[in-house]
Write a protein that binds this ligand. Sequence first.
Ligand code: AMP
Ligand code: MG
Length: 335
Amino acid sequence: MGAPVHAQHRLSGIAPTDVLQTLLTDSPDEAAALLRRGHLVAFPTETVYGLGADATNPDAVSAIFRAKARPTDNPLIVHLAHASEIAKVAYHVSPSARALIRAFFPGPLTVVLRKRPSLLSTVTAHLGTVAVRVPAHPMASRFLSACACPVAAPSANRSGRPSATTWEAARDDLDGRIAAILRCAPSMEGIESTVVDCSRPEPELLRAGAISLEAIRTVVPNIAVASVAPNHAVRSPGMRYRHYAPSARVALVDTAKEAVPHPLHAYIGLERPSCTDTFGLCHHALDAPGYGHVLFSFFRQCEKAGIRAIFCQAVPETGIGRALMDRLRRAAAPQ
Ligand code: AMP
Ligand code: MG
């Protein structure tokens, strides 16, 4: 695999917070060796890039929250190389969890299970449950296998910002704050995993994501959908924050006609506006999966171009549209 692009500083023996320069590497083994020594490593997955730490190392787990400026009450998803490792961090895998794992692991599904007491409580923000996922991305699988430990990993962006769907986006947000970035192609999905709580008798959708509710229902027809009302939000703490937001203002529109043309405005949606060249940036997606795939990188492109307002066309809330609308609403939420 290729040589690091940045000169490698003496990484061994220094605390994760002391890292001055972020190593770019194409080697999952090199990235895993750094993680095993207690460092933070961004790595590709099929949903978005993750920011990984050894879930058994308390200092490394704390460093994730510092590097991202993430509230410590927002729990982390534990990433595993293989579903057979779930018993290391969770117990009591219910029949519905088993069915979902059989159907969708490896893949963009996260299941919430009862946490083993031995798992660090900082990983799960002191909840009695743990969220677990086994990515299907080949580079993520190689990296996680080489880590040979459960890897706690939120998305590789500063807290509240659009998720990183490319290694360059992870570098833009975290350069100098983390030890390394494992480089690969842009994430295929571009939208985070679907989160299903299986820690109670009735499974519940906590976060819409890359696997549609319709697909989940073919396996667990009785799934409930968590309310986003504030009193319910604690079931998935991450869902109560304004999230995914670029520095430009995000406005939802029903049709392309409602987007206000201006050189400092951008538009993204399924409909093509009649005057595409009167927007600073304009993206017309062919379908909802294509819209989801580019959304976060489009937000970041708008930031770099100095765009002030991004008009995003709403989509029907079916299939990936449910997750897409969730992300758009949160990005558009007032500060
Ligand atoms: P991210 O920070 O982008 O990786 O998103 C992780 C999501 O999973 C957040 O919405 C978290 O609140 C949610 N999550 C992680 N662990 C748990 C858990 N034990 N129970 C409920 N939600 C969780
Ligand atoms: Mg995130």
